[in-house]
Design a protein around this ligand. Structure first.
Ligand code: ATP
Ligand code: MG
Length: 238
């Protein structure tokens, strides 16, 4: 039996008005099917529409045209309340800028992702510590984001997205401004979650080395998706 598509995107578009520059088609008639359990990477240069596409898939933004079906649910047909629930229960987001809560410790940032579950306070604490330990941050649990390196903050953001065991993980530039070694460590963590827990992962990035950790690669340019593009354009700067 063929694997079911957990993400189905058809003719998806997002147009922004940009003052005198006219309109920008940040996402332009994109069609995409992602089978459950796939680790998909979308590689594209800055401004190609990666963040916009990811936000549309995760229901954080509304399309100008087309549709997104997540786990059988068409997002545009959901009420605001239903959409919030779908996002909370099915989707883990790692944002380009981490978005950790600055006044919360690493531990509290992870615990807060478990607040909507029916776990007790103690269970939430134990699961959060366990997650932080799994990425080597057990000793840093009580530090504030500002006291952590970029790589450590990114690891907190990633375990926070995993905390609730969402079926879909959306990673926006998961290796961000990290050095290649830390970036590879982050990818290894995502790869393990994908392999061991069967989570579907969609990562968007400009970092060419991400391709080594995934099982499908697409390219984005000017709001459109391609299955092949000359790879030289995506080499990392030296
Ligand atoms: N809120 C907005 N208003 C107007 N234009 C926008 C908005 N958000 C994005 N854009 C434009 O849409 C295009 C795609 O932007 P997007 O952030 O999706 O690109 P990206 O591939 O994620 O880039 P980067 O690699 O730099 O993060 C760009 O031309 C951008 O300027
Ligand atoms: Mg972006």
């Amino acid at each position: 039996m063929p694997t079911r598509n957990i993400i189905e995107v058809s003719n998806l578009s997002k147009t922004y008005r940009k003052g005198s520059a006219g309109e920008v088609k940040a996402v332009d008639e994109v069609c995409l099917e992602v089978p459950e359990g796939q680790f998909l990477t979308i590689l594209g240069p800055s401004g190609s529409g990666k963040t916009t596409l990811l936000n549309l898939i995760g229901g954080l933004d509304k399309p100008s045209g087309g549709k997104v079906i997540l786990d059988g649910l068409e997002l545009s047909k959901l009420s605001e309340g239903e959409l919030v629930r779908v996002r909370r229960e099915k989707v883990g987001f790692v944002f380009q800028a981490f978005n950790l809560i600055p006044t919360f410790s690493a531990l509290e940032n992870v615990e807060v992702a478990l607040a909507p579950t029916d776990m007790s306070k103690n269970e939430r604490f134990e699961r959060s510590i366990e997650l932080l330990e799994s990425v080597g941050l057990g000793q840093r649990a009580h530090h504030l984001p500002v006291e952590l390196s970029a790589g450590e903050q990114q690891r907190v953001a990633i375990v926070r997205a995993f905390a609730n065991k969402p079926r879909i993980l959306l990673l926006d530039e998961p290796t961000g401004n990290l050095d290649t070694k830390t970036g590879r460590e982050i990818l290894r963590i995502c790869h393990e979650a994908n392999k061991e827990q069967g989570q579907t992962v969609v990562a968007v990035t400009h970092a060419g080395y991400v391709r080594g950790y995934t099982n499908r690669l697409l390219f984005m340019r000017d709001g459109k998706l391609f299955s092949q593009i000359p790879q030289e354009e995506f080499e990392e700067p030296v």
